[in-house]
Design a protein around this ligand. Structure first.
Ligand code: TXA
Ligand code: MG
Length: 335
């Protein structure tokens, strides 16, 4: 009798290697391959931004529409001069205050930045991520990295190397393992208008912080309640898990869906009205920062729970709570 051998199974899907080895990551990037990289916010799917063929591989692996532009990741402020036409004093001040860190600026691009990266816009999104492995990697290459979040288009962002492996593992060779992302939600994206700082995507750098640090400027949140996104990736249903989710005041939601088999993502404690094992608590310590770190893992984990509807508790609408509510609202926006 012949034994079935896994060795001869040529159909087995080759999964990406998860490693802390920067040298291997650099080698692949220099060859025009895509590599997943850790940042303080979420994992990115990176390629040489100056190599259009490499950038095309990002769009293909994510199944991302070409109208959705990519953020460029650089290691220091000097590299910014190569990419942007104008560097307003305000931009320098903002970067000085929060970079490296979870902040992305929209700035007028130089021709060296491909239209593929910016989806035809005159503005390029740039940030300096605050993660030691990735900063070291950026120091050792002579090109910026184009990197969207390392998830299939329309799905929640990955905050652990294993998340990338689970969803895109068959589509790339290497995931640089930098541990769990410490912020947990994507960077704050800012643009500028006369006298105004415009927040295109809420994130860890909060509106309150910006107002306090830059009191001479009006701080505006774009897309507030509007349908048309100004950052093209900010489509309403961007983070939709496969289960039906509803976001809002938890007491009202429980009353409304009484009798349905419910699951829930709660802020600081479980409720007695839903089965104990069908609830995930984001921050037992009551801190919004903890909730941000855990929210995308919770949205992943809740998918496998045996329930018909998932309720997402509205968090306090202050500080980073605004950004977390934004992501939770998007997760429920198909309903
Ligand atoms: O924290 C982050 O920003 C992560 C990590 C990996 O750096 N990146 C990330 O990338 O979230 P992505 O592609 O998932 O989201 C980038 C957002 C999208 O909504 C995109 O439309 C917007 O930034 N964006 C990028 N370039 C833009 C541009 N030139 N003009 C307007 N919006 C832009
Ligand atoms: Mg994304």
């Amino acid at each position: 009798m012949t034994k079935f051998s896994f060795k001869s199974n040529s159909l087995a899907l080759a999964l990406a290697k998860i490693t802390k080895n920067i040298d291997e990551a650099i080698e692949l990037l220099q060859k025009g391959e895509i590599v997943a990289i850790p940042t303080e916010t979420v994992y990115g799917l990176a390629a040489n931004a100056f190599d259009e063929d490499a950038v095309l591989k990002i769009f293909a692996a994510k199944n991302r529409p070409h109208f959705n532009p990519l953020i460029l990741h650089i290691g220091n402020l000097n590299q910014l001069q190569i990419l942007v036409e104008e560097l307003p004093t305000l931009a320098i001040e903002i970067l000085g205050k929060y970079s490296p860190g979870p902040i992305t600026l929209l700035l007028k691009k130089k021709p060296i930045v491909s239209d593929l990266v910016t989806a035809g816009s005159d503005y390029v999104a740039v940030r300096i991520p605050n993660h030691s492995l990735t900063l070291e990697l950026l120091k050792r290459i002579d090109f910026p990295l184009a990197a969207p979040s390392a998830n299939p288009s329309g799905y929640v962002s990955p905050t652990k190397a294993i998340h990338v492996e689970q969803q895109l593992g068959g589509k790339l060779q290497l995931i640089l393992d930098g541990g769990d992302c410490q912020v947990g939600i994507e960077s704050t994206i800012l643009g500028f208008d006369t006298g105004k700082i415009i927040i295109h995507r809420l994130g860890n750098v909060t509106p309150e912080q910006l107002m306090q640090d830059f009191p001479d400027w009006e701080v505006i949140i774009a897309n507030d309640g509007k349908e048309r996104p100004t950052a093209p990736g900010q489509l309403k249903s961007h983070y939709a898990p496969s289960k039906t989710c509803y976001w809002g005041n938890i007491t009202e939601l429980i009353e409304k869906y009484n009798g349905v088999k419910l699951g829930a993502i709660m802020f600081r404690a479980k409720t007695n009205y839903i089965a104990e094992d069908k609830q995930i608590v984001l921050a037992a310590d009551g801190k919004l920062k903890t909730a941000a770190k855990n929210v995308f893992t919770a949205l992943r984990d809740i998918e496998s729970m045996d329930c018909d509807i998932i309720l997402l508790e509205e968090l306090p609408n202050q500080g980073i709570g605004l950004a977390i509510n934004d992501r939770l609202k998007r997760a429920s926006s198909n309903n």
